[in-house]
Every structure is written in C-alpha cells, then in structure tokens.
Design a binder for this molecule. Structure first.
Ligand SMILES: Cc1cc2nc3c(=O)[nH]c(=O)nc-3n(C[C@H](O)[C@H](O)[C@H](O)COP(=O)(O)OP(=O)(O)OC[C@H]3O[C@@H](n4cnc5c(N)ncnc54)[C@H](O)[C@@H]3O)c2cc1C
Length: 419
C-alpha cells in the first residue's frame, strides 16, 4: 500500500513547529530582513532548548526502549530525513532566512555524517547537544571554484613533525560560517586538496574548529534575500588542525574513476539537496497561501472542480501553482525516503532540487505579479519571499548543475562524458 500521510511522530511535531513558525518567526520576519547581520537570538535560544529537549533536528534514530512488561514492538522504518524535511519546510514557511540560523550542525554535520567514521561522528557531532547553541557550516566554494568543485585550490599539507594538517586558502559564501566560528564553539568542514596534481582524487574534508589559529572570517555578504542568514568569507593562513580532523582516508588513489574524497562531497549533496528543496517549498507555500487569502478578501474565491474553460485566468493560475507545489513536494519526499532507507539517490536528490528551485521562483513571482502594487510594496511579505526564493536555485548546486546530474543519470554518462 502507498501511504502519503506523514508518519505519526512527524505529524505531531509539525503542529508544534507550525506554532513556532507563526509566533516566533513571522512577527520578526520583516525586522531581520531590514536589519541584516543582526542575530535573532530569541529564536536561536528557544530552538536550541526545544531541540535539546525533544531531539528534533537530529538524524540519529530515536529508539524508545520498551517499558517493563511491554513487548518489544516491530522496528519502525527510519524517518530521520523525512522528519527534517517537514521541519525545514514548516520553518521556512515561517521565515527561510531565520530558519537558516537554527542552531545545529547544518551542512557541516551533513558532511561529517556522509564522510566521517563512527568515531568522528561521535566526537564532532556531540557539541550540538551542548548547553549553548552551536553551529556547523561547510566551505567548498572558492573565488575560482563554484560549480566546478574540483577546481578548489585550498591546500592541506601534513607536517610530519607534529602530525598536524596545515591549511591555506580562501573560502567564500559560507552559510553560518560566522556563527560556527565566531558566535559558538562550532566548526566548518573545509574542503581542501591534499594532492593538487590529483584533481578530484586529492579532495578531502577537514573539520576546522572555532578557535583554530590562522582562521579568520574576513567578510559578511550583503544579499538580495535570506538576509537573516550570515554568508561568510573565510581565510585560512597556516591553520593547523589535528591529523584526525581529516574526514575519511588520507590515501590518494589517482586511478579511481570517481574518487573517494569527491564521492564524499557528492554524498553530502545527495543528503542535503532535497532538504534545501524543502526550504524552497516552505517559501512557495507561504506565498501561495497569502495570495489566496488576499484574493479571497477581494472576493476572488477559487472554484475547484469546475471545467478549466469555465475558470477565470487567475483561478487557473492559482490551481497551476498548487499543482507545481504538490508535485515538487512529492519529488522531495521520494528523495528523502531513499536517503532514510540508504538507497543511492543522486538523481532523485537533484530532480527534487531542480523542481523546487523552479517552483518557488515561479510561485513567488506570480504572487507578486497577481497582487500588483500590493505584491511589490513592503506592506506584505510577498516581495520578500520573491527575493528569498532565488537562492533555492543557486546554492547546493545551481539549477543547471543539477539538471546535468539528472541527465547523466538518465543517459548513463559519467561526469567526464557529460559536463
Ligand atoms: C547565499 C549563498 C550561500 C551559500 N552557501 C554556501 C555554503 O554554505 N558553502 C559553500 O561551499 N558554498 C555556498 N554557496 C556557494 C554556492 O554553492 C555557489 O554560488 C554555487 O555553487 C555556484 O557557484 P558560482 O557562484 O561560482 O557560480 P559558477 O559556477 O561560476 O556558475 C555561474 C553560472 O554558470 C552556470 N554553469 C556553471 N557550470 C555550468 C555547466 N557545466 N553547465 C551549465 N551551466 C553551468 C551556473 O549554473 C550559473 O548559472 C553559497 C552561495 C550563496 C549565494
């Protein structure tokens, strides 16, 4: 049987998350959009406390031990990624910029999850349950390496005397980089090359912790949207990290067609792309709901069930937007269901991201267009959501790059054969 209902624990936590989105995020949405680089500590502290208490936001499966006399129930299917997906969609409906400062491991933890050993996961991820809010981030992008991740120039060289790795390079556009390094005891997973002659085979992720000498945040971006989220530039100058902070093996095998280090980067994206897609869906849903509310106030009610030719143009457009939203959501659910069940999902992850990027851009643009001046002015959040939307199609692989990945998977080409 196919069941499209969210599992019970997800449905229950969704109600609480919706309350947070409505009461803690929406009322300050405009403020943090207009006061870029101010930090929403009330939200951060509240979420940290709530997540510590409930364990929400973690990918670790929560097993309930049976009480005395109670029989061990059948093992539940894993739902960690699905739970995160619902959580991110709802919080992004509240405010996607503020959601991006939710304390926790973020992309950094996703990289540790995808590439670290069980011991490294235990060691590096434990800090997110500490008393104070702690942040993780991931730094891949460099001034000359965006979509082409294999072009990174940041180097990591092993010092044989101390057994430390010495990192040098510049990373840009690091989401939550400032919070990870300057506002908490967090870390940034920095992708560097341990053998520049080896291309992708030489790429490795390193955990660079807050307080590491030689690491500095040099810039915070001023952005079009998601302005509550910090986007940092980070310079590494002879930054030393202990040997064991390299995630995975230090061995370089140049002959391998797709190499281990690069595979680690791709595995991280397979896990996070559907989650980014879910944030876009949250923004799109917010815009569509407000649009319908404003239309209803003007006496325009959507007459579902009528033949298409009897509908007005606006009714048809709203119905089409709903179809787009729901179809994108189904692609996301499939991709995260696969992630939960440890199925290889690069194509599904990229499909979900492409579709969500398109859908959120179109829906927010249409909402502004249909409402005219009401959509364009700051009286409502429609213009803000229009600005917040575009990033869904840029970070974690642009729409074009994710389309390439889908094409490679459909046609059976390697990255070298179809670029
Ligand atoms: C707000 C924000 C937050 C970010 N957060 C992070 C983060 O936390 N960590 C991190 O590492 N990075 C982050 N990024 C960087 C982001 O992932 C990159 O901007 C993105 O991968 C694109 O790289 P680029 O900007 O260098 O563009 P380019 O790679 O230079 O691309 C420019 C254009 O060319 C297109 N293009 C490139 N190659 C091809 C191709 N082969 N075929 C067709 N079209 C192509 C692209 O789709 C794009 O439209 C962030 C970016 C922003 C704006």
């Amino acid at each position: 049987m196919i069941d499209f209902e969210p599992p019970k624990p997800i449905a229950q936590s969704s109600v609480a998350l919706q309350t947070v989105a409505e009461n803690m995020m929406r009322p300050v949405s405009r403020y943090f959009d207009e006061h870029e680089h101010e930090i929403p500590w009330n939200y951060i502290n509240f979420m940290h406390m709530a997540m510590r208490t409930t364990g929400a936001g973690s990918l670790a499966p929560r097993e309930r031990k049976p009480k005395e006399g109670e029989e061990q129930k059948e093992k539940r299917p894993p739902i960690g990624y699905q739970a995160l997906t619902f959580m991110l969609e709802i919080l992004s409906w509240g405010d996607v910029g503020i959601y991006l400062v939710t304390p926790g491991g973020g992309l950094g933890a996703a990289a540790v999850e995808a590439t670290g050993t069980p011991e490294q996961k235990q060691k590096f991820l434990a800090r997110f349950a500490a008393e104070k809010p702690t942040f993780g981030a991931m730094a891949m992008t460099e001034p000359q390496a965006g979509s082409d991740t294999a072009a990174i120039r940041t180097t990591a060289v092993l010092d044989p005397k101390t057994n430390d790795w010495i990192l040098n390079g510049e990373k840009i556009f690091v989401t939550a980089g400032h919070k990870a390094l300057c506002e908490s005891d967090g870390f940034v997973v920095v992708w560097a090359t341990i053998d520049p002659s080896a291309g992708r085979a030489g790429m490795r992720p390193f955990v660079v912790e807050a307080g590491t000498p030689g690491v500095s945040v040099t810039k915070l971006e001023h952005k079009l949207g998601i302005r509550a989220s910090d986007t940092a530039s980070i310079v590494l100058q002879d930054a030393r990290v202990p040997y064991e902070n390299i995630l995975g093996s230090a061995e370089v095998v140049k002959e391998a067609a797709t190499t281990k280090g690069f595979k680690g980067a791709m595995a991280t994206f397979d896990a996070t792309r559907p989650l980014v897609a879910a944030t876009g869906i949250g923004v799109a849903r917010a815009a569509l709901e407000l649009l319908k509310e404003l239309l209803a106030q003007q006496g325009v009610v959507i007459r579902y069930g009528l033949p298409r030719q009897k509908l007005t143009n606006i009714e048809r457009e709203v119905i089409d937007m709903e179809i787009m939203l729901r179809s994108a959501w189904l692609l996301i659910i499939k991709a995260v269901w696969m992630a939960d069940n440890r199925k290889h999902n690069p194509m599904e992850a990229s499909m979900a991201k492409v579709r969500a990027g398109d859908v959120v851009t179109k829906i927010t643009q249409k909402a502004v267009e249909i409402m005219g001046p009401l959509g364009y002015t700051r009286d409502y959040l429609l213009e803000k959501w229009f600005r917040d939307a575009k990033i869904t199609d840029i970070y974690e692989g642009t729409g074009q790059i994710n389309r390439l990945i889908v094409a490679r998977n459909v046609l059976g080409y390697t990255g070298r054969e179809l670029r």
